[in-house]
Design a protein around this ligand. Sequence first.
Ligand SMILES: NC(=O)c1ccc[n+]([C@@H]2O[C@H](COP(=O)([O-])OP(=O)(O)OC[C@H]3O[C@@H](n4cnc5c(N)ncnc54)[C@H](O)[C@@H]3O)[C@@H](O)[C@H]2O)c1
Length: 353
Amino acid sequence: VIALRCQPAGEPATEVRIGDGAGAAFAERARDRRVFALVDEVIAELGLQPATPPNWVWHPVRGGEGLKTMAMAETVLRAMVQAGCDRGSVLCAVGGGTVGDLGGFCASLFARGIELWQVPTTTLAMLDSAVGGKTAVNLPEGKNLVGTVHPATLVVVEPAFLVCEPERNYRAGLAEAIKMGLGLDAELFALLERDAAVLRQRRDRAEWSTAFVGVVHRSLAAKIAVVEQDLRETGRRRLLNLGHTLGHALEAWHQGSVPHGECVARGLWFALDVARELGAMRSEEIERAGALLRRYQHHRMPLLMPVDELMAFVLRDKKVDSGVVHFAVPTGIGTSEVRPLEPGLLRRLLERE
Ligand SMILES: NC(=O)c1ccc[n+]([C@@H]2O[C@H](COP(=O)([O-])OP(=O)(O)OC[C@H]3O[C@@H](n4cnc5c(N)ncnc54)[C@H](O)[C@@H]3O)[C@@H](O)[C@H]2O)c1
């Protein structure tokens, strides 16, 4: 089991444990406490729900974007009261990014904030969303428009949860690792190149698990290095939005019917085009990044929707500030920077996509 620690200044630390058997970390910490486990019901349906002592209360929910609503947050908070939770209780979110986002939101609100644990069960949540403290629910007006910053104290990554993950979601989740490698960590990028066949095909369980744990380790380490400096996204954390300016707009346009990671992958292609236009990245490196995206089956699909509609979503996003878009631009393999871009330029570039 690999251990990582995220310690932003003045905030509680997050302990991250990655690998088969990482869940052993719960036994000691859960003793004598009420643990409210908000769990994706798919976990029980797949026979993956672990046995727990009676101080754990299981609250099943149906994972998916529809879960992230204010109404659902109220339902969960009321269930927590009914389950006898108090300020010393802990909320343990077991599921993908949607359960993690809702669970973190509820943990931050209940009794003005209780301890949060995260057990990510999707590729995307393991590689990215379970660490970093962002919580969110959606409004009809847009995605993630309401939220808090409430880091988990413990994150347990058990790759065994992924045995039944649908192929499309698995592939989409890996796009977040490509994002982290391209924007922040050349060694992670090289690892994704080297282990592409093992990671894509998932033939041998032991070989896959070793490669996957290596990728989760480096992805989370890269994210932690950024989050420790800028938990509340006033600067450097914006680098984690690489591929997400167009990615979020596409996700919103498709009304959640296309997985987050697939939209991010298309957004990474756009970020590479922006880098080329700005002369920010050498063309051999742009080719190398494109080749990696293709190896993970993320092709540069033409954008068939009207640019006006995409721009409306881009301008409503949280990355817009005083009329400029804070756009994460790759500047090499493993490096990136945030540039303020005029909406007019973005529109012209999108028209070429
Ligand atoms: N907080 C953050 O920093 C952050 C970062 C990135 C993304 N996100 C959010 O994460 C969400 C996307 O996460 P996601 O892709 O995990 O979505 P998700 O939670 O909807 O999970 C995807 C699907 O997989 C199912 N599932 C969960 N675990 C499974 C398993 N082990 N086997 C089979 N199926 C399983 C779910 O029921 C769901 O149908 C978005 O809402 C996004 O905004 C948050």
